[in-house]
Design a binder for this molecule. Structure first.
Ligand code: 5GP
Length: 198
């Protein structure tokens, strides 16, 4: 049986990853969206175990020491990390897994799992990104400036990704992510053993 595809998705904070992912999952409910651990506080409406596992810095440190993370990174003053166990289990069972992580984490995943497919989602422009972050109304102006600075820094990493998707409209961006997944499933190494006489 084929292993699942590990799809790593990154993009500047506020670019609309969450909305795109929701649409992708609607079209492909069999895709497993990994739930990360974080030390940041939940935003209004976020649910523990659904959006993230919200844990303390101490707990996060302990898990780092135990080697539980496939990758982790510090981002705007908080830790974020992907637990290894569930991801491995799903991939072994042939389930496609989606990780929504920032650039340092994505670099780690590419290093440890070179078969992973990585996609960077960009906004149509930086002005648009600033507007979206303000419109969200969840962060202070200082935090927004920090996130924009981070976004500019992160843009330098785009060249290391396999694919770029521009979030001009959510429909279009989601369609492109789905197309990448579909193409991945058609790769010769995945299909060849299903063809008789080859
Ligand atoms: P937010 O605080 O907006 O939910 O997320 C901030 C950033 O952390 C986003 O770029 C998001 O992709 C990233 N992130 C979320 N979970 C993980 C994770 O498990 N590992 C890493 N490296 N980044 C993550």
């Amino acid at each position: 049986m084929n292993k699942g595809t590990l799809l790593v998705l990154s993009g500047s904070s506020g670019v609309g990853k969450g909305t795109i992912i929701a649409q992708v999952l609607e079209k492909r409910p069999e895709l497993y969206l990994s739930v990360s651990c974080t030390t940041r506080a939940p935003r209004p409406g976020e649910v523990d175990g659904v959006n993230y596992y919200f844990i303390s810095r101490e707990e996060f440190q302990t898990r780092i020491e135990r080697g539980e993370f496939l990758e982790y990174a510090e981002y705007v003053g908080n830790y974020y990390g992907t637990s290894m166990t569930v991801i491995r289990e799903k991939l072994e069972k042939g389930v496609d897994v989606l990780l929504e992580i920032e650039v340092q984490g994505a670099a780690k995943v590419r290093e440890r799992m070179p078969e992973a497919v990585s996609v960077f989602i960009v906004p149509p422009s930086f002005e648009e990104l600033a507007q979206r972050l303000r419109g969200r109304g969840t962060d202070s102006e200082e935090k927004i400036q920090k996130r924009l600075e981070t976004a500019r820094r992160e843009a330098k990493e785009i060249k290391n990704y396999d694919y770029i998707v521009v979030n001009d409209t959510v429909d279009h961006a989601a369609q492109e992510v789905l197309a990448i997944l579909t193409a991945q499933g058609c790769r010769t190494e995945r299909r060849i053993h299903e063809i008789e006489g080859v």
